[in-house]
Design a protein. Structure first.
Length: 323
């Protein structure tokens, strides 16, 4: 097929530019020896004037017919070929037009190709736009969508690739790892949005697993805490770890805020002693499991009501007896 395309291209150039296509075949000495709209070249032979082409005038005679541009009157196909290329025709209504499988661009007819089909020049790749609005180009002999665009509808249009947060038509439009189309491009399950790169990164599953960004570790924070997840679990040294203000607790381990005895709490996992021993969350305040509930453990003698102190003492004694 490659040689056929080249042959058609060369033929188009010859038709449009070759002076021999205007030669009538008449022998002459002067211009008056030539038919209408022709002149005598080198006192030897007749040639059609510029803007005219030699063609059959009727079934028995030939002559110099006026070249036709798009929409202009014609009698023979060659009148349209000379100005609009080999993919032009003299239509049944007597006007120059492009063939059904071609389109007009820059006053010439080009065979139409969609994305994925063979082409010779960019003008073959026609999806409805021309010039600076063109969405497809001829790359290595095939029509291809421009960069950051993807083909749709059997190659008849190109759609711009969408990034995180942008509107999308389908899954293919969401360019980048971990994206899915839900009206807009969003991160898939077990992937999280990285605002620094405007992309999705895979969430880390467990503490001490490899990471690149803090946001990958955000899912390793204990449930129900009011502190921002980003402040409790961080990517430190290439692995997910608890921040200094947090500690690992639970199964599987998660990062919980480090609450000392006497501080407000919501869950037992938050509470640790000064020695980082696990404690209890009792009536919204942390107490340790093994230490005696003296005033220093609770931030002052009057910080907790007596019933709370009594309950803390009972729990502490029970913990000691279990040892």
């Amino acid at each position: 097929m490659g040689w056929e395309w080249c042959l058609l291209a060369l033929l188009g150039i010859a038709v449009a530019q070759g002076p021999e296509k205007r030669r009538t075949g008449n022998v002459c000495s002067v211009d008056m020896d030539c038919p209408d709209n022709a002149f005598c070249r080198q006192s030897s032979y007749c040639v059609c004037k510029d803007g005219f082409v030699y063609a059959a005038v009727n079934s028995t005679h030939k002559g110099c017919l006026k070249e036709g541009r798009f929409g202009e009157s014609c009698a023979q196909h060659i009148q349209c070929h000379s100005t609009m290329g080999v993919h032009a025709q003299c239509s049944p209504n007597g006007l120059c037009a492009c063939m059904p499988n071609a389109h007009l661009e820059d006053e010439r007819c080009y065979e139409t190709a969609v994305v994925g089909e063979r082409c010779l020049v960019d003008q073959n790749c026609y999806l409805g736009q021309t010039g600076p609005d063109r969405q497809a180009f001829c790359v290595r002999g095939y029509c291809t969508c421009q960069l950051q665009y993807s083909p749709r509808d059997n190659g008849t249009r190109c759609v711009r690739d969408a990034t995180l947060g942008e509107p999308c038509e389908d899954q293919l439009q969401c360019a980048g790892a971990g994206l899915q189309c839900q009206g807009t491009c969003r991160c898939r399950e077990r992937w999280v949005a990285n605002n620094h790169t405007n992309s999705c990164v895979e969430a880390v599953k467990a503490l001490n697993d490899p990471c690149e960004y803090d946001v990958q570790c955000a899912g390793l924070v204990g449930a129900g805490d009011s502190m921002p997840a980003a402040s409790l679990a961080l990517c430190l040294g290439g692995t997910c770890s608890c921040a200094y203000s947090a500690h690992a607790a639970g199964s599987p381990p998660r990062c919980w805020p480090r609450r000392r005895p006497g501080q407000d709490c919501r869950r037992d996992e938050e509470c640790v002693s000064e020695e980082d021993e696990p404690g209890y969350c009792l009536s919204g305040r942390c107490t340790c499991k093994t230490c005696a509930p003296d005033a220093s453990d609770f931030g002052g003698a009057n910080t907790l009501p007596r019933p709370t102190l009594l309950a803390a003492a009972i729990l502490s004694i029970a913990a000691i007896l279990r040892q």
